[in-house]
Ligand binder design. Structure first.
Ligand code: HC0
Ligand code: SF4
Ligand code: SF4
Length: 572
């Protein structure tokens, strides 16, 4: 323990605690822009300075020492912080009113809190242009404040290293290797850099205009589906506490926006389990291409293509759920409803920026039609609801359309890390046992450890080793151990984003201060498991509309038509 005094308050903190943390513990707020716990701890912005004796020191990296006397609220401190922010603003594109991050911008709020009203420094401005090359993300360096948070997310957490600092002094910027357009790099489109960015320098590619256009075109039949993780986060954009489920209001809002059908990606998550569960059983029998690796996360698939191309055959051949849903809408549903598939526009609401890239992949199409036409993030959906003047909080809950709108609890939990593995186990166990089992919840695959290993005995006596992984840094670690022969698994679930889709790169932005105070992954995952418990059917193969889809149209799992429409192969 270390004793110190902050603003006259005596306190005792654990060794290694920073002055910033110690101050926050007693309710003293110190502004920061670059600090994001576990992601970026580099004290590059200098906004968090405090007075220690005669000196001003950045508190985010200053460790508490015995008998330290800290002042956080002197004229000298306030002036210094204001000067730092003024300098940042002097080379910042300050089009706040038209900025995507207006009202969620941390620079804007720090500037307001520090009462910055004029900017004394007028110098040169960096002119860098906007990088529109990616299917998923847009980089506007004129809004970048060089805090390094995106680099922390991309390098420390994801180990992708698509972006980094380049040059020196005024020329310093965050960019890709050789300044290539980001769409041509090893970036996997996960959007974790967007979630980390305090300002509007990184945003998703805006597809709201495309969707508005389709909605107003009378020749188009516009169908929407919503991912498992949307319903547990969309409410945050309308002032609900984190972890509030807004499924019914979300459906009602989508209907008001004018979509012809409102379907549920959870249905296709169940379909994925039917296909992937069958694939798992057959690979376990043949012993080929083990471990089977989930392929529903496009960030992970692209990471594999760039980093472990010789193991692409281990990926499940299943398309991801929203792509399966898209394929079923343009075949089964179109046939049933008598709609020309060419007139259908499929829109997916996803917590994910990588899904925008996935939607454009040619591997995910059928007879020249993309399975999914446009992907909107949770944030873009919230934007459209606001733009349409829909009073979200006062909407009466509504239900999805059928037959592609009923999901089981197993489908619902896909949105949290461990969910795909648990959903698969719920079905594989019963299929192998040949009878209904009481077991529903498999807690061993739940939780927020980055790598969760588990050995399970299946009803046929076979033991399978599973690993559930989230965050690409963890995935890289496991892949290297598999390649070196140190580890062996039969089944691996990987989600690129730490926490899984609930904290995907398209979800409502949570500022750094809130991220320190609450466990976002846990709060949203809790809501996902509540959703599961609230549902009538908890296992994918028990979903009556899934059963109907197979009997009316697909035949059997992994059968001929299923292969044609629901499976693909990644070769790069
Ligand atoms: Fe996910 Fe999905 S669970 S990837 O994390 O598998 O984006 O929410 O929609 O497709 O279902 C994201 C979330 C999905 C898909 C599903 C899977
Ligand atoms: Fe890195 Fe993901 Fe951002 Fe690409 S989208 S730059 S991989 S953090
Ligand atoms: Fe997208 Fe989910 Fe993968 Fe993140 S974990 S990249 S949100 S699919």
């Amino acid at each position: 323990k270390v004793k110190l005094t902050i603003d006259g308050i005596e306190m005792e903190v654990d060794k290694g605690t920073t002055v910033l943390e110690a101050a926050r513990d007693v309710g003293i707020e110190i502004p920061t822009l670059c600090h994001l716990k576990g992601v970026c701890e580099s004290s590059s912005c200098r906004v968090c300075v405090v007075e220690v004796g005669p000196r001003l020191i950045a508190s985010c990296t200053l460790k508490a020492e015995p008998n330290m006397k800290i002042q956080t609220n002197t004229k000298k401190v306030r002036d210094a912080r204001r000067t730092v922010v003024e300098l940042l603003l002097s080379d910042h594109n300050r089009e706040c009113t038209t900025c995507n991050r207006s009202e969620s911008c941390e620079l804007q709020s720090v500037s307001k809190d520090l009462n910055v009203r004029t900017i004394r420094f007028q110098g040169a401005k960096s002119k860098t242009g906007i990088d529109h090359s990616s299917a998923s993300i847009v980089r506007d360096s004129e809004k970048c404040i060089l805090c390094g948070r995106c680099i922390g997310a991309c390098s420390n957490i994801q180990t992708v290293h698509a972006i980094g600092f380049a040059h020196r002094g005024f020329e310093t910027k965050v960019t890709t290797a050789y300044d290539r357009p980001i769409g041509e790099t090893s970036c996997v489109n996960c959007g974790q850099c967007i979630s980390a960015c305090p300002v509007g320098a990184l945003t998703e590619r805006d597809n709201t205009h495309d969707v508005w256009k389709a909605l107003s075109d009378p020749t188009k039949y516009v169908v929407v589906q919503a991912a498992p993780a949307i319903r547990v986060a969309l409410g945050e954009e309308f002032g609900y506490p984190m972890g509030t489920r807004v499924t019914g209001k979300m459906v009602a809002a989508l209907r008001k926006l004018g979509f012809d059908k409102v379907f549920d990606t959870n249905f296709a998550a169940d379909l994925t389990i039917m296909e992937e569960g069958t694939e798992l059983i057959s690979r376990l029998t043949s012993g080929e291409n083990l471990p089977l690796m989930t392929s529903c996360c496009p960030g992970w698939v692209k990471f594999m293509e760039h980093n472990f191309p010789d193991m692409l055959d281990n990926l499940s051949t299943c398309k991801s759920p929203h792509q399966m849903e898209g394929a079923m809408i343009k075949s089964y549903f179109a046939q049933k409803e008598g709609v020309d598939p060419k007139s259908i526009v499929n829109v997916s609401i996803m917590p994910c920026t990588a899904k925008k890239f996935e939607g454009e992949r040619e591997e995910l199409s059928n007879e020249g039609l993309q399975d999914v036409d446009y992907v909107l993030t949770t944030r873009e959906l919230a934007q459209m609801i606001k733009e349409a003047g829909i009073d979200f909080r006062n909407l009466t809950g509504d239900t999805f359309d059928n037959p592609l709108g009923l999901g089981s609890g197993a489908g619902a939990i896909f949105g949290a890390t461990g969910g795909v593995a648990e959903a698969a186990l719920r079905t594989v166990y019963e299929v192998l046992a040949g009878k209904d089992l009481d077991a529903i919840e498999y807690s061993a695959v739940r939780g927020l450890d980055g790598i969760k290993e588990n050995e399970l005995e299946l009803p046929n006596g076979k033991k399978i080793k599973t690993a559930v992984i989230h965050g690409l840094g963890n995935a890289r670690q496991v892949m290297e151990l598999i390649q070196s022969g140190e580890k062996h698994y039969d089944f691996i679930e990987v989600m690129a984003c730490p926490g899984g889709c609930v904290t995907g790169g398209g979800q409502p932005i949570v500022n750094a201060k809130t991220q320190t105070a609450v466990n976002v992954k846990q709060e949203r995952a809790k809501a996902i498991y509540e959703e599961d418990q609230s549902l009538q059917f908890r296992k994918s193969h028990k979903n009556p509309y899934i059963q109907m889809l197979y009997s009316e149209f697909l035949g059997k799992p992994n059968g001929h038509l299923a292969h044609e429409l629901l499976h693909t192969h990644y070769v790069k």
